[in-house]
Design a protein around this ligand. Structure first.
Ligand code: NAD
Length: 517
């Protein structure tokens, strides 16, 4: 597709969603006017061209959003949970209808391929339907009381407005993992997206707020496009936001966590990953090759779950790495809209520089570059942020292999014994996703045992990337803590209350304590 074709794709996408020109990036039940605010200029990583402008929130906007969100929370928590679930299910239906347009917006602003862009909206739909079912399953436990004529149980109560700070690389899905679950729990949500993906957030909020209005439901979701450190700090320090769900880099998350915990607020922290796959001589090599290639190359290596390290048994090392190099030489890089393209651009020029610098650092630290990544120019899209992917043969004592580089940079390692592979696998500060490729049940089970993978996510014969919404999502160590989306992640969005009721004619005390008055 030429640059001209991309121009018409841009026009079509913006027109379809009514996002051309200047847009308000601030929604607190209604869109704030455009006057007198600073503006953020959004551009596409595909061709570097300007897309649209967005107003940035100031402190007064933030205060108004928090006040409003609290007010709406007081109304929303009175809805029964199943009714809340019906409303969220309708949002899922709306997203089904808007999947193509919103997916195209993800391609335009973030550079994902259409299949990945629409996949992200599909993830939102899946979460909406999951949350709807969940609305009838917010179960509390009932315990047998040690006292006669007493009932003892737990109930779950809504928390209040939840702050959602999201990263650029999942500009729509991460918001839904949090907001849809929070909503069925009875909470409202305040979204501060990455400015690098602010137009996607604005497009999503337009669609969702119109649907809520059509349903006659309260505007439970607000949006605040703001400068990252400014808006992020307001949320971190705001006592009216009892829970902050943060997705982003470890450094920013660490800083936020200190602020939120100093006011005794709660955080969910979904931070950087440094995910590895172990490929053993017992693996099905085609499965391993596909799983590793998808994990390392999809989204140009800009997934938190991207495969960054492959630990390969020495007996198959040469063969596997040879095959991987072939895949790297043939993979199509370029305009994500072009048929056959699997690797689109990096998000911006800074990301390109960080990536190229990391390759140089790896070389200086003793790594052998097996497939050299470079900055690339794509015809007709000369200002886009394209790079070719890199494979570096690495050693565990190279400091750079313990750092997340957000791009298609893959380190390959050789191992002899399985114990050695496990040790290398866990010897990084991050703990998000992991994978083993093997057909040997002993290796598989060891990988899943207490001395195996130390990550929040462990995969067997499939990629480190590409989680499903039904499982609880999150990591360990410097990846932070807390879980989002599936199973019982909902508990983070509610407060637990233990209830004891006495329906007898006396007041017997626990532990047999006597206090007769
Ligand atoms: P980032 O840390 O630069 O930004 C994340 C968010 O934090 C943005 O909304 C940004 O505006 C905001 N922010 C900036 N300064 C802030 C401050 N002082 N206080 C509060 N918020 C602030 O991350 P990014 O470059 O957008 O995203 C890439 C990173 O996110 C990678 O490290 C990736 O691994 C991680 N990520 C993790 C997960 C996960 O689930 N573990 C998912 C997606 C991305």
């Amino acid at each position: 597709m030429s640059g001209q074709n991309f121009d018409s794709f841009r026009e079509g996408t913006l027109n379809a969603l009514g996002l051309k020109g200047l847009n308000s990036g601030i929604f607190d039940g209604q869109w704030k006017d455009l006057k007198g605010r600073n503006v953020y200029k959004s551009s596409s990583p595909v061709d570097g061209k300007h897309i649209a402008d967005l107003t940035l929130a100031n402190r007064e906007d933030f205060d108004s959003i928090v006040r409003n969100s609290r007010k709406i929370f007081e109304e929303w928590r009175e809805y029964t949970a199943p009714r809340r679930g019906e409303i969220i299910r309708s949002l899922g239906d709306l997203l089904v209808r808007k999947k193509k347009e919103l997916g195209a917006l993800v391609t335009l602003e973030v550079g994902k391929t259409p299949s990945e862009g629409e996949g992200e909206i599909q993830e939102m739909i899946d979460v909406a339907y999951f949350a709807s079912g969940l609305s009838r399953q917010l179960y509390g436990l009932t315990m047998g009381s040690e006292r006669p004529f007493h009932r003892l149980y737990e109930q779950w109560v809504p928390l209040g407005p939840v702050g959602i700070i999201s990263a650029f690389n999942f500009p729509a899905a991460v918001w839904s993992w949090n907001s849809m679950i929070a909503a069925v729990c009875g909470d409202t949500a305040i979204w501060k997206p990455s400015t690098k993906a602010a137009l996607v957030a604005t497009g999503v909020m337009h669609a969702v707020s119109e649907a809520l209005s059509d349903l006659g439901a309260p505007q439970i979701f607000s949006l605040m496009v703001s400068r990252g450190n400014e808006g992020g700090e307001w949320i971190s320090n705001e006592p009216g936001i009892p829970l902050v769900s943060f997705t982003g880099s470890t450094n920013t998350g660490r800083n936020l966590y200190q602020k939120v915990s100093s006011r005794m607020g709660r955080s969910i922290l979904e931070l950087g990953g440094n995910n590895a796959a172990i490929v053993t001589e017992k693996s099905d090599m085609n499965v391993a090759l596909k799983g590793v290639a998808f994990g390392a190359l999809a989204t140009a290596g800009q997934r938190c779950t991207s495969t960054r390290r492959v630990i390969i048994q020495d007996s198959i090392y040469e063969e596997f790495v040879g095959k991987l190099q072939k895949v790297y030489s043939n993979v199509k890089i370029g305009n994500p809209n072009d048929p056959g393209v699997l690797v689109g651009p990096l998000i911006d020029g800074k990301a390109v520089k960080t990536y190229l610098d990391a390759i140089e650092t790896a070389r200086k630290q003793g790594g052998k570059v097996l497939h050299q990544g470079k900055s690339m120019k794509i015809q007709g899209l000369e200002e886009g942020n394209y790079v070719s992917p890199t494979i570096v043969e690495a050693k565990q004592d190279m400091p750079i292999v313990k750092v997340e580089t957000f791009g298609p940079l893959l380190y390959v390692f050789k191992y002899h014994s399985f114990d050695e592979a496990l040790k290398m696998h866990n010897d990084v500060p991050q703990g998000l996703s992991s994978a083993i490729f093997t057909t040997d049940i002993r290796e598989e089970e060891e990988f899943l045992s207490a001395r195996g993978s130390d990550c929040g996510i462990a995969n067997v014969n499939t990629s480190t990337a590409g989680a499903e919404i039904g499982g609880a999502f999150g990591g360990e160590k410097e990846t932070g803590y807390g879980r989002e989306s599936g199973t019982d992640s909902w508990k983070a969005y509610m407060r637990r209350q233990t209830v004891t009721k006495n329906f007898g004619k006396d007041v017997p005390l626990s532990q047999g304590v006597k206090f007769d008055v």
